[in-house]
Structures are given as structure tokens and as C-alpha cells.
Design a protein around this ligand. Structure first.
Ligand SMILES: Cc1cc2nc3c(=O)[nH]c(=O)nc-3n(C[C@H](O)[C@H](O)[C@H](O)COP(=O)(O)OP(=O)(O)OC[C@H]3O[C@@H](n4cnc5c(N)ncnc54)[C@H](O)[C@@H]3O)c2cc1C
Length: 487
């Protein structure tokens, strides 16, 4: 199915889930309250429901990321978290009815709001925690917090917000006194807790019993290392082999299977029955990646995956040319896809394949001829762009920006409008390439990209489209809440 249609259907399903407790509450026959009080309850319900659904869009949902792509999942996660903060922040100020603290909440609700000390406190604490949580997430890139510290605090605060919010909603909320609405909150909270337990306890426990083994580690170009991991065939556990598709990624964990210290890496091998090993290309940039370079054959290693859907449109693309544009170690998923193409019997080998790689120095360029059967491709071009070339360099010079890209696409005689683009690398590079392609008139539907960063901040056509979609979706939710509050 076309990815735009799939995204639209998924968004509808998501909005339907967000509105579910409100829909249930429409069947109740409660005495009417002033419009602002009704609206306040509905907005709070939307906000809290979004929070509980955030647990299911955390980037660790294999099925969702496989179908919709990790970007869709994370953008939904990040954009709707902002909506939740906004709605939850507004809702206490909308109430017009006086508060009448009661020991036990009585759901008459027509002439007072039944908050007691406990539910006021849990509501306030949940809101403060949520604001800190979202604030830290928005400022993470520029903060001094280590990634691991941020991640642990993110998970713990999310758990706290869910539990405190649940107490507040079910004790202070008039609508939540109904068995069906209460039942919905209980089920949604159970799913949220289960997803955390699965990720932090159950799955690591299962993995601890079946570690993968490092086969080899070697430097394949300046500071880029190839990590090879044995699948399970050799240890008679074929069912435990990672079942993945070319272009997907996995979370790697060294020394222990618990997820606080895991990092995401694209799988560079392809799922071929002749290739029983998993391969990764890893650039040594920090603590974790340095540890990878220190691994020895036989060391245990833990994997959680596969995730994402980068490159899945490659195999049924009707475009004439296939263009990979990769920055640095962004070559990893492209390599996986090229390997899959080279071993595919159904892929039309007459398609022109252009690989554009951007590296700082020549020594970082990976020699693909030893890794992929390039003879399989009838028309194959590898254009290497070097930012800081040495004197002898006669190839392209520059970075992956508009000028360089339009120059090399023209010189490689790529049919710009009849090509499918697969873009992978650091976030800044993806933004630059997507903006450049946009300038050349290439629609987003012809661009598939995988960002090596989890932040959704920069201005580019894709983020612009997501922000507009989220704005329309948020307005729809608020409009429906307003309509129901007025009835
Ligand atoms: C989908 C995806 C696929 C990737 N594929 C590859 C690949 O094939 N090869 C490769 O070399 N790199 C890949 N990366 C980038 C890689 O995950 C980071 O370079 C690595 O996590 C850095 O960790 P570090 O501790 O060595 O460096 P640090 O200096 O600690 O981190 C550098 C930056 O990496 C990011 N980062 C660190 N830890 C994590 C984490 N646990 N989860 C998410 N981001 C983190 C943060 O933005 C941080 O600022 C990929 C990233 C993503 C999101």
C-alpha cells in the first residue's frame, strides 16, 4: 500500500484511539455542567490518553516502526507529547465551578468540582513531571546530560506521569467514575505498564539467556568498523535468528541485555540464506561505539530488532533510476539494500543505480567492491564527494548540499524526476539533501530517508508536512471535544 495512504489510515486509527474514552463517555447520562467545565474534562481526557498512548509509540515498537517507519512513530510521539502538555496545562484553568473537597468523590458534578487533597496533589505532580520530561526531551541535543541519563530519566518520569495521572483522572474526573470509562483507563494503563515491563525487564531477561556472539571486528575505513555477529544456526537455535529486511536497524547492547545502554545501528548485511551473519558498520564517535571497537571474537552481544522500514519501497519502485545519497557511515543501510538488490532474482537489473557518498576525507570511503557483487548491476555509478580532499584528489569536492547534488546528478545523467532517492546519514545532512531535492522539484513520495538521530527539530519539507498534519489532527481533536462539550 502507498506509504501516504498507510500513514493517513494510521493517523485515523491513532486519533480514534485518542478519542475512545470521550466516545465512551458520550453514552453516559450525567447532569449538564457549564461548557468550560465539560470542555476542560474532555481536553484533560485527550491529554492523558495521549500520554498513555505515548508508551506505544516510543520507538521500540517493532511492528509500528516496520509498517510506518521509525520517523513516523517518533514524530507522532514527539508532536503529540506537545499537544498533551498544552491540553493538560490548560484544563485546570477552564473550570468555572468551585472546588468542593470531599473525602470520596461524588459524581453529581453539577455545582462543584470534586477534587480532594490526594487527587489535587497527584494531578499537580503529574503535570510538573510531564513539563520537565518534555522540556528535557526538547532540549536534549544541547544539554549536558549524558544520553543514557536522559533516557533513564525519561522512562522513569513517563512512568510517574502515567501512575500519578491515572490516580488523578480516576479520582477527580467525573466521567471516569463510570465503569466503562474507568475500564478504559485501566486497560490503557495496563498496556503502558506492560510495554515498559516488556522493554526493561521481560525482553532483556529472555535475551540474557541467548546472547549472540561476536565473530569479528575490523576497521574497514578511517574510524569505521565492521562488526560481524553470528546468527544462531551454529548453536542450533535457527528460530532465534534475527528475521529482518534489508535497510532495517537494531539496538545493540554490549555486556548486558538491559536497554539503558543500547544504541541503534543499521544492519549492513542482507537477509540472504547464504549469509548467516549479521553485519554492522559502526563509526567510532563516543563511549558506546568505542566499546564496540574493543570487542573480541566470541564476546557476547545482545540485539533488539529489527526496527524501521528504510528502503522497503526500493523493491517495488517503478522509477527508472535508483539513487542512494549517503553521508559517512550512512552507507550501512544502503550497503544492506545494495546487497539485497545484488542477490535478488526479481529486481530489474537494467535499472540505473547511482550511489552518491559524502565523506570528509578520502580515507573514510568504504571499498564496496569487496562487499557487494557490483557486476550484477548493468548501470552502476559511485560518485564520491570529499569535503577536505588531498592534493591528488581528482573527484568531486564539496558537501551534500543543493549545488553539489544538482551538479553530480546532472553529470551522472540521472533522470532526476524519474528516480527514487534513498537518503541516509546524520540529521543535518538529511535536511540538506531533502531541501535540495525539494528545490529540484522531487516530491517527498520519491524520497525515503533514514536519520541517524532521533530528534525532530530542523526545518525541512518532511518535518513541515508532519507539523501541518499534526496541527490538523490536534485541531480536529479539540474541535470534537468542543462540539461534545457544547451538546
Ligand atoms: C536509526 C539509526 C540507525 C543508525 N545506524 C548507524 C550505523 O549503522 N552506524 C553508525 O555508526 N551509527 C549509526 N547510528 C548512530 C549511532 O546510533 C550513534 O552514533 C551512536 O549511538 C553513538 O553512541 P556513542 O555512545 O558512541 O556516542 P555519544 O557521543 O555518546 O553519542 C553521540 C550522539 O549519538 C546519539 N546517541 C547516543 N546514544 C544513543 C542511543 N542510545 N540511542 C540513540 N541515539 C544515541 C545522541 O544523539 C548523541 O548525542 C544510527 C542511529 C539511528 C537513530
Amino acid at each position: 500500500m502507498h506509504s501516504n495512504v498507510l500513514s493517513l489510515i494510521s493517523l485515523m486509527v491513532y486519533l480514534g484511539l485518542v478519542l475512545l474514552p470521550l466516545c465512551i463517555s458520550q453514552t453516559l447520562n450525567l447532569s449538564p455542567r457549564p461548557f468550560p467545565d465539560e470542555l476542560s474534562s474532555y481536553l484533560a481526557m485527550i491529554g492523558f490518553n495521549v500520554i498513555l498512548l505515548e508508551f506505544l509509540s516510543s520507538g521500540h515498537q517493532k511492528l509500528l516502526s516496520r509498517i510506518l517507519g521509525i520517523d513516523w512513530v517518533l514524530q507522532t510521539h514527539q508532536l503529540f507529547a506537545r499537544l498533551a502538555v498544552l491540553l493538560l496545562l490548560i484544563h485546570p484553568f477552564l473550570y468555572t465551578l468551585p472546588n468542593k473537597p470531599t473525602g470520596i468523590y461524588i459524581p453529581s458534578g453539577s455545582d462543584f468540582v470534586g477534587l480532594n487533597l490526594g487527587s489535587s496533589l497527584t494531578g499537580m505532580l503529574a503535570l510538573i513531571t510531564l513539563i520537565i520530561l518534555v522540556g528535557l526531551a526538547l532540549t536534549r541535543q544541547n544539554s549536558v546530560l549524558r544520553y543514557e541519563t536522559w533516557r533513564a530519566s525519561h522512562a522513569m518520569m513517563a512512568l510517574l506521569v502515567a501512575l500519578l495521572g491515572f490516580h488523578h483522572t480516576t479520582h477527580a474526573g467525573r466521567l471516569s467514575q463510570d465503569d466503562w470509562v474507568l475500564g478504559y483507563w485501566q486497560i490503557a494503563l495496563a498496556f503502558a505498564l506492560l510495554s515498559i515491563a516488556w522493554m526493561y525487564l521481560i525482553q532483556p531477561f529472555i535475551q540474557s539467556r541467548n546472547p549472540y556472539k561476536v565473530t569479528s571486528i575490523r576497521e574497514v575505513s578511517a574510524n569505521i568498523w565492521e562488526l560481524v555477529i553470528d546468527q544462531f544456526e551454529s548453536s542450533n537455535h535457527p528460530s532465534k535468528n534475527l528475521k529482518y529486511q534489508a535497510g532495517q536497524f537494531a539496538w545493540l547492547k554490549i555486556g548486558q541485555p538491559y536497554p539503558l545502554f543500547e544504541n541503534p545501528f543499521s544492519i549492513a548485511s542482507c537477509p540472504d540464506k547464504n549469509c548467516t551473519q549479521l553485519k554492522f558498520l559502526i563509526k567510532n564517535v563516543g563511549d558506546f561505539t568505542h566499546q564496540v571497537t574493543q570487542l573480541q571474537p566470541g564476546d557476547p552481544i545482545y540485539l533488539d530488532g529489527p526496527y524501521g522500514n528504510f528502503g522497503q519501497s526500493l523493491f517495488d519502485s517503478e522509477k527508472k533510476d535508483i539513487v542512494f545519497i549517503v553521508g559517512g557511515v550512512g552507507i550501512a543501510p544502503a550497503l544492506s539494500l545494495l546487497r539485497a538488490l545484488a542477490s535478488s532474482h526479481t529486481f530489474q537489473s537494467d535499472k540505473k543505480i547511482v550511489l552518491i557518498t559524502g565523506n570528509r576525507i578520502e580515507e573514510q570511503v568504504i571499498d564496496l567492491s569487496s562487499m557487494v557483487n557490483l557486476d550484477h548491476f548493468k548501470e552502476w555509478k559511485h560518485i564520491k564527494i570529499i569535503a577536505e580532499p588531498k592534493e591528488h584528489w581528482t573527484g568531486e569536492v564539496g558537501i551534500l548540499d543543493k549545488d553539489t547534488l544538482s551538479r553530480v546528478l546532472k553529470s551522472s545523467e540521472t533522470n532526476i524526476s524519474n528516480a527514487h532517492y534513498f537518503v541516509c546519514g546524520p540529521a543535518g545532512m538529511i535536511d540538506a539533501v531533502e531541501n535540495a531535492l525539494d528545490h529540484m522539484g522531487v516530491p517527498l513520495s520519491q524520497i525515503d530517508s533514514e536519520k541517524f538521530q532521533y530528534d525532530f527539530s530542523k526545518k525541512n519539507p518532511r518535518n513541515h508536512r508532519s507539523s501541518i498534519t499534526a496541527l490538523v489532527a490536534a485541531s480536529t481533536l479539540i474541535a470534537l471535544a468542543t462540539y461534545w462539550a457544547m451538546r
